[in-house]
Design a binder for this molecule. Sequence first.
Ligand SMILES: [Zn+2]
Length: 376
Amino acid sequence: MKYCKNCLNVSTRPNIRFSEDGLCYPCEIFVHPDEIDWGARAEALDGIRAFANAHKQSGYDCIVGVSGGKDSTRQAFYLRDELGFNPLLVSMNYPPKQISKRGVDNLSNLIAHGFDCINVSCSPQTWRRAMRHAFVKYGNWAKSTEFALFASVPRVATAYQIPLIWWGESPTNLLGEMGTLGSNAFDGNKLKYSNTLGGGDINWLLLAGFERKELLQYCYPSDDEMARANIRIIFMDYFMGEFTAHSNGTYAALRGFSMKAANPTVEPDYFGTGMLDEDFININMYIRYLKFGFGRTSDIVNTEIRFGRMTRDEGVELVERFDGNYDPDLFEAFAEYIGISPAECWDVIDRYVNQDIFDKRGNGDYVRRFKVGVGI
Ligand SMILES: [Zn+2]
């Protein structure tokens, strides 16, 4: 395990790439907004707008997936008020027993600002069974829900014949997830090739006994279907200069978005602006930390370091304090929700701990063997 020389990105992150001189891909390609050739980007944007106007068939010229969170709030406003688009919003909702009150309120707040929105809900029974299977088989309960979430937007886009999909940020440019690298810095058509989605193939659920008719909302359109519908997915962050937890949280809060009181001793998102629409993501982020050695604090500080608002040493201090923190009180509720015991939950987690970088002392007590910022 090694660290990026500039930020705190790690070589254990799935699908990451480091340059020969030790920079992670996002640091290698980062350009400060003051140094961006905005004229060239405006030209690219004109081309995208012309594409949308030429091919829109339903009156909506673009579509964007939303949760009501900080990123989707900023995207919706930016598209409508700054770029002059007429977007259709699509929200894949968590089931009633999982979605948080804050998540409902934030989505309501966004829609109340005058947007058309299609809400997509999946059968909660299938949803929970799929979560359990994803958790037990991959140590990642969100694998199945991400299939539904990522599929929802292109599914509605093909149904409504809206050829332009905006997606907030490029996982390649922001995190170093090279699986989603497109033909240029804003091409998002490879979005489904992330480590989690792996191309969108649902065979892993069919093999586990799910019927295809239960999984219709989990099916990402095939490459052929996307090509026939002439769909283009565009990463919006390329056109915005800054698209970070810091900038988007501030922007959304000024428009009625509700945040959490930050409590990084149990939730490593020390801004309190992320992943607010349900609570179990806290456990997933903890498992991700045990698998790969980085958590939500790392994601935030890496961006802050690139934008020059934080030094690498300050980042190390925050990551040491907060990454790997989780909320133990959520375990029983999570176990009950997916239908296994808390003890079984810990058995599953144990199987996924990367023993090269952690030592185990007890349930939930894993000690890192690596030094933050240095590696192992
Ligand atoms: Zn880096």
